[in-house]
Design a protein around this ligand. Sequence first.
Ligand code: DON
Length: 312
Amino acid sequence: MTEMACQTNLDLQQFIEEAKKVTKYGKVADYIPALAEANQHDLSAAIYYVDGTCVKAGEMETYFTLQSISKVLTLALALMDHGQEYVFERVGMEPTGDPFNSIAKLETVNPSKPLNPMINAGALAVTNMIKGKNKEEKFERIITFVRNLTNNHTISISEKVAQSEYDTAWLNRSLCYFLKEHGIIQGDVEELMELYTKQCAIQMHSLDLAKIGAVFALNGKHPETGMQLIPEKIARLCKTFMVTCGMYNASGEFAIKVGIPAKSGVSGGILAVVPNRYGIGIFGPSLDEKGNSISGIRLLELLSAKYSLSIF
Ligand code: DON
């Protein structure tokens, strides 16, 4: 199924119109200056079914960067590179009630390792594990993985967003130095920051993101190519983290109200998975106070109620 064959769906369009009503209550992220250029009232969504069909609605042409959604993908890659024992020696499995960029727990939790791979500290530790002889090769491995997941070999990064974050990421640098002090990460912090900001700046539109969701819906198997891109056990593990930590300190409420694995990014993207059925890709850059797309969450609430999506 090609992108051309993906039809605009009227039901989805109606849900989008309804969900768009809340964009005015949120705010576009501006701590990464380039993200502040997004249109607060945009909302697009695509659903990619495991049989390779799809539907879409909203401002589909708008590309957005993955930001924290990339954390699920690097986690899968690190687990494929090293196995669970190595990865979870360096990053934990517990949700946190703190914001995504908080440094507080690194000092108070013993042993001092990030609580989970979805918060910034944990994701930086995971990106530090990606195999490759230098930062170029490591990045090539990440983007090739994303291209395979989307089956779209034109996927690239927004150089502007990557540079904008690299130039301003003082808090993430602080997390890195803290992690280095505690032996969680090795190597040059600036190189890690370059790799991490590029990973976060990988851009696509909602349909590509929905396709990644469909791969997780099939426990790692690509709906178009039939290739097992992620071992089933690792795909399941990633989905579990999406349920417990994917929406940060809003994950509990999201599990109650929507009830499916999902991962958000401050660009306004949400990757959601309806196991064995479909992947959902959403872009709505107006964020709530916890850094999740406000209209994206509303849309998922509407879809979950209408189509009984909760896995619980
Ligand atoms: O590290 C950061 O702050 C961003 N590159 C990603 C954060 C993010 O997407 C949090 N998600 N809601």
